[in-house]
Design a binder for this molecule. Sequence first.
Ligand code: DOR
Ligand code: ZN
Length: 419
Amino acid sequence: MSAPEVVLEGKIILAGEFHDVCIGIDDGLITVIGKDLKGDRHIDMSRFLILPGGVDIHTHMREPGYTHKEDLYSGTMAAALGGTTTILDMPNTNPPANTYVALEEKMSMASWNSNVDFGLYAGLTPSANVSVLAELALGYKIYMAGTTNAPPITQDEIAELMANDDLAGKVVAFHAEDPLLFGDEENTGLATHDRNRSAKAENSAIQFLSTLDTKAILHVTHVTNAEGLAMCGGMSTEVSPHHLFLNMEHGIQQFAKVLPPIRNEETRHGLFSAFAQGSVGIVASDHAPHTLEEKGEDFGEAPAGLPGVETRIPLMLAMAKKADIPLGLVQETCCRNPAQLFNIPKGQIELGYDADLAVYDMGDIRTIRTDDLHYKCGWTPFEGHEAIFPKLVMLHGEIIAKDGEMELERIGRRVEQRD
Ligand code: DOR
Ligand code: ZN
C-alpha cells in the first residue's frame, strides 16, 4: 500500500481512553489509523487532542431572507473556527424551506458559499409532499408552537402527517412547546418569559410526541429540563449550551431571550446533571442570531434567539475539563451521535469516514470575547465564559482553519447519507 497523502498525528479518545495515533488520509477520507505512519505530508500535533469535526444539527444561518443577521458564508466560517465541520440548517428562512424550489435555491447558495459541509431541513407543513422534499432535505422540522415563517400546526395535523409512510426512517425534528398551555403575562423579562412558555408547556408537547404512531425517527430539539428529557423515552434528544450554561438570573436579559426560554438555576442544574450522567443524546447550538439593534429592543419586542455555533464545542470542552466530565461524552454528543442520527459518514475517527478533524490544545483555556468571534450579529451570550478553541480544523483532509484564522474557504459540500 502506498503512503497516505496526509498523516495527522495526535491523541484521540477511543472507548474513553487517550491513544497516540497517526491518522492517514487519502482523497478526503480516513484510510488508515496506526502508529508511526509515514505520509507524503506529516502534520505533527502529537501533544494535542484530535476530535472528529463537530456536527451541529441545529443552526439558523438566515439565508435567504435575513442575511443582515447572518448568512451561509459568515455562519459557516464561525462554525469552522469553533471546530464544527458539518451544519444542518433550519427551514425558517424567507422564503421558508418548505418546498422543493426553496430547498433547491438554498442548496445552490450553500454549495457556493459554505465553509463547512451542510445539510438542510425541510419545514413540514400539512400540505407537504414528503417524498419530493426528501430528494433535497436530510430531515424535517415541525414547530409545534409556530414561529417566523412556520405557522402553528395542531396536534391532530401532526398526528396525521406523522402517519405518512413516506416518513419511514426519516428524521423529524420537533420544537416541542404546547401553545395551549402558554401564559399571557406581559413579557417584561426572563422570569415572565419563563412563566409564559413554561417547562410544563414544553413537557406537555413532549408527552404528546411520545404517543405518536409513526415510522419516522422523532428528534426533540433543545430540551430545557431533566423531567422533559426523561419523558423523551426512545426519541432522540438534544440540548443546547445556553440551557446548560445560562440561567434566568443572568444579567443579559433580552439577549438571553430564546425559545424555549432559559430556565431558573435549579432547572439548569438538573439539566446539566442529566447531561453529566449521559442522558442527553446530542448537544446542538440552536444558533439563531439577531442583530444587536434587534436585541436591544424592550424585552417584549426583542426577537427570541441567540448565536452559538462557534462556541458550542469550545464551551463544552472547557466545561468538561473544569467539571471533570469525560471528554468522550463531549465527543459523543457533539460529533458522533448527531452524525449517527442522520446516518452521515462523519463525527467519528474511523476508517472510511470523512477526514473532518479538529485539533485542540486542552491547556489553552481562553475567555470568550465577542471581538474574537465571527458572527455577523456581533455579540454572544457567553461573553466571559471559558472555552477551548481549535488550533487546527480539517474538512475532507484539507486544513480549513489554523490558529483562529481561515486558511481555505468555501469548500463545504452537501452531506450525503451512507447507504
Ligand atoms: O429562540 C428561537 N429563535 N427559537 C426558535 O424556535 C426560532 C429561533 C429563530 O429562528 O430566531
Ligand atoms: Zn432553532
